[in-house]
Design a protein around this ligand. Structure first.
Ligand code: TIU
Length: 314
């Protein structure tokens, strides 16, 4: 009996017609946001308060030992369910504002994804390929903890997370010869490195560091280039999930993060880069890579830091 009422109440869990709005692919941007303001919002708050009251009553009744409690409680279960179903979309569709440069970055949680770029073992771990090339990995490693905190808050809020990894097929069929020979290094992509074959999918060094390891539900984009949109299905995933804005973190600031933010900007996404969540082996590139993004009124994005994003998430 209780189960039946619960099931009926859960109809509200299905996306509304608004949320199932079509995606305008010809323009490469998603349709307008579904946030409701004004009277609709006031009505929604009232309805939530009343339904929450009923739900509260039902919870008190659940505490009783009365064997007939099923009959008493059942009528209120849809109210509990509706209250939950109402407050979740309300929280997801509110507009949040992050203190940022060149001006505040506004986003609705339901339409903003956290995109974590290439936090891979070979780039970040001591003994990896990055260090083998003579780079100071501590310059990148200081982005780990801020990323961990931001990722944790993003997950707790039920928001979308996407990870990327730079790498190639084991047969190197997607590796441009120009990229293979670039740098004239003795050891290059596809060769045996300190953590397996360098930048090859499936090798230990290619995988994401333990601290930021993806959950099963979080898409991982395997990208053959520096930008996360080149030769990947990232744009399709973002469009299908109604994402309009991105918080972009990861490494390295001036290479894969910068390239991805530029690609995203050209496809109609607004990007916010928290400076403590991105890293470069070179301090001067870290500084300039961020300056370039926010220059000229935010020529291709916004810059802030993780504490200000966490403050906005509340
Ligand atoms: N992810 C990324 O930035 N790949 C690089 O190759 N970065 C360098 O800085 N080399």
């Amino acid at each position: 009996m209780v189960g039946l009422y619960w099931f009926r109440g859960c109809k509200g869990l299905q996306p509304s017609k608004r949320d199932r709005r079509p995606v305008d692919r010809s323009q490469n941007v998603v349709s307008s946001n579904p946030f409701q303001g004004g009277m609709a919002s006031v009505r929604s708050h009232f309805s939530f308060v009343f339904r929450a009251l009923y739900g509260f009553l039902a919870l008190i009744m659940l505490q009783t030992e009365d064997p007939g409690v099923d009959h008493v409680v059942a009528p209120y279960l849809p109210s509990i369910t509706s209250a939950v179903c109402t407050i979740l979309p309300m929280r997801m569709n509110r507009t949040l504002s992050v203190d940022a440069e060149p001006y505040e970055f506004e986003f609705e949680p339901a339409h903003c994804a956290l995109l974590i770029i290439d936090m891979q073992r070979d780039f970040l771990e001591p003994g990896g390929f990055g260090e083998m090339l003579g780079n100071d990995v501590s310059q990148l490693r200081r982005a780990i903890d801020p990323n961990r905190k931001l990722l944790s808050a993003w997950r707790s809020a039920g928001l979308q997370v996407i990870h990327t990894r730079e790498g190639h097929r084991p047969d190197l069929s997607d590796l441009p010869p120009a990229k293979k020979i670039r740098g004239r290094s003795e050891t290059s992509i596809g060769d045996e490195g300190p953590m397996g074959r360098i930048l090859i999918r499936g090798e230990p060094g290619h995988d994401i560091i333990r601290e930021l390891y993806p959950l099963p539900a979080e898409p991982v984009i395997d990208k053959p280039g520096k930008g996360a949109f080149f030769a990947t299905d990232l744009h399709a995933i973002l469009q299908n999930r109604g994402i309009q804005k991105l918080v972009v973190t990861g490494v390295t600031t001036e290479v894969c993060v910068n390239t991805t933010v530029r690609e995203a900007n050209d496809r109609g996404y607004d990007c916010l880069v928290p400076e403590d969540c991105v890293g470069s082996y070179f301090p001067e590139f870290q500084e300039m890579g961020l300056k370039m993004i926010k220059a000229q009124g935010g020529i291709f994005g916004w810059v802030s830091d993780s504490s200000r994003i966490l403050a906005a998430l509340g």
